[in-house]
Ligand binder design. Sequence first.
Ligand code: BTN
Length: 346
Amino acid sequence: MPLWLDSMAKQLDQHLDRLVDVLVENATVVLSGTKLASQLRVPHSTLWELIERLREMGAEIRGLPGTGYQLVKAPDVLTPRMIRRSLPAGEFGGRIHHHYQVDSTMSEAARLASANAPHGTLVVAEEQTAGRGRFGRTWFSPRGTGLYFTVILRPKLSPAAAPILTLLAGVSVAEAVSELASLPIDIRRPDMRWPDIRWPNDVLIGGKKCAGILVEMTAQPERVEHAQIGIGVNVNQAEIPAELAAEATSLRIEAGRGFSRLEVLVSILKRLEHYYHRLEERGAGAIVGRFGEISSYARGKRVRVTDGQRVIIGETVGLSPEGMLLVRRDDGEVEAVLSGLVRPES
Ligand code: BTN
């Protein structure tokens, strides 16, 4: 995108955020168009366009001729101010970049990280036009129902140690989903539905994926310069497109009720920060240990691992200290898997 178009889009996002915040904070009163326009420092014509945009996003805004505007129903958007209010002051979310539409929060975060964005910067989008997953897959990212965000980290890790960040994110998401959807994790009870983590990066409920994690980084030979943890959560989808229905689900489908995307985001961010500090204080073992407790894939699962041309079939027998998946092949040999697509094998 040309630079001028990019900066116009960012300015529009900021105006929309400000308008949402002012409308929400004054929901009980009628706000004059003149006052609103001057608070936002935009001409009346722009204000009108912004109001129309919010209406397209599901906001109900009553326009009272000659009097002003009143919010009837707030749009379900995640303005930085709303996030900040719900998030305890910490490193994660200290800086927030909110987009109504972006190509991918991963790409935007990588751009910001290269321009020195600090550790903990959050990039969150209402919609992604080029959301991506592992192995070059597309991450379907329509507006309104899902959660799409990336956190920039500046970890003191070597590139070889960085895969632990994927497990750290998986643990954070699974715990957040468990608490919010009241689905206690108990890997000894395969008959029950609870949030499971399919090594290394899929969060499942009842065997179907409700969230995915993508970690990308820029590194020197000895040191990670910056890493981006991207998380996509299917939150309020009432239905899953037929072609994905066998593989995917949403929190709403599993819990039988809708969720506040803000609450889901904040709950995950709090845990990400918590586990990140654990990693710094106690090393990878603390994350690997927790992963082993809450992922049915860590031990005793018959799996097929596909990594390019290489296929490993066998039973999982734990994780290495760095978080690699240990698979005992049928010939008895134990392989340490660093990356790959894992599926149950009968
Ligand atoms: C996967 O399961 O393959 C990973 C999916 C990761 C999707 C998230 S959505 C937010 C962030 N932006 C992206 O483009 N991808 C990640």
